[in-house]
Structure formats: C-alpha cells, structure tokens
Design a protein around this ligand. Structure first.
Ligand code: SGN
Ligand code: CA
Length: 534
C-alpha cells in the first residue's frame, strides 16, 4: 500500500513537472512559425525603393523592410534561375545538388527543406515559377508554370496536369496563393508557402492596368552604360547582353514590324492575348512605336530610347508584383497570422538595369551576384534592422529548419542566419564562394568561379580562356578596374587565392568537378544538335 502511495506521489510530481515544461499556446506557435517565401524572378535590388536607388516605388515590399530586416549583401551561389532554385531547396551548392545550369535535369528525389518541414508536421505549397522539370516534391499542393511560363493567359501544371488560366500571370499567382492560405490548407498545422512570381523576367509584359505607367517619365542612363570594358578581361568584352546591341525589336521592344519592315517575334505574345487584352496593349504601345519609326533616333538618343522602353516595362511588371505582396500582407494582418509568420522577399538572382550597358545576370559582378533580401518576423527581428554580412541563398534551407526547431541535416552547406538577423550575433562567414557554368549559351557569359569577401573579389574565367580578375569594391564599387597582378595588391591577391582554395575545399568543389560538368554540358549540346539535324 505504502509503495502504491509512493508511486502515486511520484506520478503526480512527474505529471506536474511535465505540465509546467509544456509550452504555452503562444510559445508553441512561435516554435513552429509559418513561412512565406516570396521569390520574384530577376528582381534587381536596384528596383526596390527600400534599397534607396530612387528608380521606382515598391510600398508593399518596403513595408516588409520597415517592419523587419533588409540585407545589403545577400548573394547567390550561381546567378541563374533554375540553379538558384535548386540551391534554395537543397541548401547545397550547384556542384553538389547537380543542377548547375538551366539545361541539366534536376533530381527531385534528393532531400529538400519543404520535404523535411512536411515530415515534421508542416503544410507546404509551391505556387508560381519553379523552373525545375518534373513534378515538385515536398509539397501538399503545387501549381507551377511549365518552364519560363507565359505572362498572358498562362498554362500551369497543377499537380502535374496542364491547365490554361485566363488573366495576367502575376495576379493569378497571387490569387492562388491567397486562396490556398484562406481555403485550402489545413488550418491546424503550421504552413510553408513558396509564392514565386514569374515577373519581372524577360520579356517584361506589364499587366493591362500598368501598360501606361511611367509614360510621362524619362529614366536617365546609368553612369556605366557606355562601358567599353577596357580594363576587364575577355568575358566582359565578349558577352551578349547589351541593351543597345543585343535586345530584339520584337521580343524586347515590342514592335510588330521592325525598322527594316520585317515582322517580328513579338507576334506570338500578341496571339496569346485575348481580344480585350490585345486592344489594350495596342492602344498603349503602337502609337509610341509608330512615333519612333517616324523619328528614327540614332546614337545616344537611340540608346536612351531602348533603355527607357526596357526599364519602363521591367518596372511596370514589378508594380504588379508589389501589389501582390500588399494583398498578402493585408491578409496576414487581418487574420493576425502576421505575428507568427516569417515573410521573406527575395529574387533568384540580381539583374542589370543598364549598368555596364547590360541586362540579364550570370556574372559574379555585384549587380547579378547580389539579390534583394528582406525578412520580417516580429517575434525575433526588430523593425528597421540592416544586415551587411555576406549571406547566401545557400542559407535559406538551414535557416528555415532552424526557425522550425528541426535539426539541420549534415549534408546542407549553408548556415542559419537566424541569430544574425535577430541581433544575437554579428559574426557570420567572411567569404562566399560562387560558380557559373552555362557557356556557350544565350548571352555568352563565360564559365567562372570565384570568392568574395566584404571588400574584395577574385574570379577565374576558364574553358576557352584562363583569366583572373580581381576587384577592390571599396575603391571601385562599379568594378571597372581589374587589379589582378597589380603589385600594390600582392598581399590581397595571395589572401584571396588562399580563401578560394579554402572555400573550394570546404564545399567540395574541384577542377575535376568543373570538367565533369563541362563534359555533361557539351554532351547535352551535342545531343541537341543531333536531334535538330534528324
Ligand atoms: C531565357 C531568356 C534569357 C535568360 C534566360 C535565363 N531569353 O532564355 O534572356 O537569360 O531565359 O533566365 S527569353 O527570350 O526567353 O526571354 S532564367 O532566369 O530563367 O535563368
Ligand atoms: Ca531568374
């Protein structure tokens, strides 16, 4: 009897102890915060007003920055769409996850952070552009664009089935994301939503309501627009991404008939529109195009005209993206979900808005290496936080798992920036490693890899060249002067070579891997050629 009594008391004590350790409702929810990861395609930080470049206004994205943290040196590991998304999902460098360029297949069977969240009780959804072939794995719901997708009346793959949706792509993606949040998810579980816009990817078709935005405005050319690449290597000289030279009259500038009188490749875009959309489009663009053909500007005037057509369409596309962010943030606020939801705004890489005369990305130079990154999480991040440390898209997967209280698998290569952004520490990595593989290909940016610290950068271009470039970002933030082999920087050069060796070995990269991926790429091109010839 006494023994039974003792057991009863022990049980009571233990029960009370367990209960007093149990998290309160609010503690429990903050241990499993929701995650909304917003990624827009090719959205340059220069085109977010919170970054202070004065190009455009993005009031809703700025709301996130004001209420959370803005990162000034968030970098990608490989400035290209599909590889960047593979890094986001796996938390591993391209040469480890295998998706090094836009052409190689992505292996969905490997581990990714949504799969891990899912098996730890999260509801997960992927809505919008993913640009990785195959049916997305790790999601309770997925609705993705096939490949690059269309701006007007796009097709989507819903759980693998192709469905055409009427309307403008950015709005459809936002509506679907909101519908999933409101009506489709299991309200009892924490959620992780990947809300990925196609905009503002080339060829920049604005929404019907924004085709006339900026009509009364003239944008000035960036300072380096007429760069002659004289103090750089052959990669900068031989690229094909110049606004003035490489953009197309149809596809990019939206002429139906080009200045030579030939019909252009813009016609398929127009055909995709319905009657009303097309009429709206023609009313906005055709008189301007006719005016241009009458005046035929030349030289610097022509360059200005091209730049303005480009930048206006690009920024018009961003307007819809920003509206979507606003709708989402309003919904979170109305429902009180904002308190326990981590909201991330980012892009899959940076983008050139006329710097060096360019559009597109790919290079390890700053505008394409750096991606916008804004994170809001009221439980841990103070409003108005600014982070200048070197973070990378490699860090997203470990960071999200960290927030969700899940152990980060050993194979993931990034680091959680949770304690950096909460202000608990100011220490983070001192160097980042970068690789780029898609060459020879559209835009002809040579294969390269490199290392960057907060002040310096070292790059090696290889395959059809063997050239090194080095920059002092403090003295030369626009990267106009290659200082490799400049004797005054001999110590820096040595330090950067050591950092490069160190990061290549730390992440498991090597010349052998470069050669392996080069061979796979050339084989793939050969197969394509054979297919086209047959
Ligand atoms: C398309 C674009 C290119 C762009 C690549 C990769 N041409 O090929 O300008 O660099 O995508 O972009 S387009 O004629 O299709 O517009 S990525 O973001 O998907 O990597
Ligand atoms: Ca992209």
């Amino acid at each position: 009897m006494i023994r039974e009594f003792q057991l009863f008391i022990a049980f009571l004590v233990l029960g009370t102890a367990v209960l007093s350790c149990a998290p309160s409702k609010s503690e429990e929810s903050s241990q499993h915060p929701n995650i909304i990861y917003i990624m827009s395609d090719d959205h340059a930080y220069q085109a977010i007003s919170a970054y202070g470049y004065g190009l455009n206004e993005t009031p809703n994205i700025d709301r996130l920055a004001n209420e959370g943290a803005i990162f000034t040196r968030a970098c990608v590991t490989n400035s290209l769409c599909a590889p960047s998304r593979a890094v986001l999902l796996t938390g591993k460098h391209s040469f480890i996850n295998g998706k090094v360029d836009n052409v190689q297949a992505f292996n969905w069977d490997q581990s990714n952070f949504p799969k891990i969240l899912q098996s730890n009780g999260y509801q997960t959804a992927m809505i919008g552009k993913i640009h990785l072939d195959g049916i997305p794995q790790g999601f309770d719901f997925s609705m993705v664009l096939p490949g690059q997708g269309q701006y007007y009346n796009p097709d989507f793959l819903i759980e693998g089935e192709r469905v055409r949706k009427e309307g403008y792509v950015t709005d459809i993606i936002t509506e679907t994301a909101l519908d999933w949040l409101k009506n489709k998810r299991d309200q009892d579980k924490p959620f992780c939503l990947l809300y990925h816009q196609k905009a503002p990817h080339r060829n920049w078709l604005p929404a019907p309501e924004y085709v006339n935005l900026y009509d009364d405005k003239t944008f000035e050319l960036p300072e380096t627009f007429f760069d002659d690449y004289s103090d750089r290597g052959s990669a900068a000289k031989e690229q094909e991404m110049e606004i003035n030279r490489d953009m197309m009259w149809g596809h990019d500038f939206k002429f139906i008939v080009d200045p030579n009188g030939d019909s252009t490749n813009f016609v398929p875009d127009l055909k995709r529109m319905n009657e009303e959309q097309r009429a709206n489009w023609m009313a906005a663009y055709e008189s301007e195009n006719q005016e241009f053909l009458k005046n035929k500007p030349e030289g610097e005037e022509l360059a200005k005209w091209k730049f303005n057509r480009y930048i206006k369409d690009y920024l018009r596309c961003i307007k819809s993206v920003d509206d979507g962010v606003g709708e989402l943030l309003d919904y979170l606020k109305e429902t009180g979900l904002d308190k326990n939801t981590i909201v991330v705004y980012t892009s899959d890489q940076g983008f050139y808005l006329g710097e060096h005369g360019w559009f597109d990305k790919r290079f390890m130079y700053e505008e394409s290496l750096r991606t916008p990154l804004i994170v809001r999480y009221p439980n841990e991040i103070k409003p108005g936080t600014k982070i200048d440390n070197l973070v990378q898209n490699l860090d997203f997967a470990p960071t999200f798992l960290d927030y969700a209280g899940i152990e980060v698998p050993a194979g993931m290569q990034g680091e959680s920036f949770r304690r950096l952004v909460s202000g608990e520490t100011s220490e983070f990595r001192d160097a980042i490693y970068y690789t780029y593989y898609e060459y020879p290909a559209v835009h002809m940016v040579k294969r390269h890899y490199g290392v960057a610290t907060s002040r310096y950068k070292l790059m090696h271009f290889y395959y059809d060249v063997d050239e090194w470039e080095m920059y002092d970002l403090e003295k030369d933030p626009r990267e106009m002067h290659n200082i490799y082999d400049d004797p005054t920087y001999a110590d820096v050069q040595k330090m950067l070579h050591e950092k490069l060796t160190e990061t290549r070995s730390k992440y498991g990269d090597s010349d052998e891997l470069d050669q392996k991926y080069l061979k796979a790429y050339l084989d793939h091109q050969e197969q394509q050629r054979n297919r086209n010839n047959n």
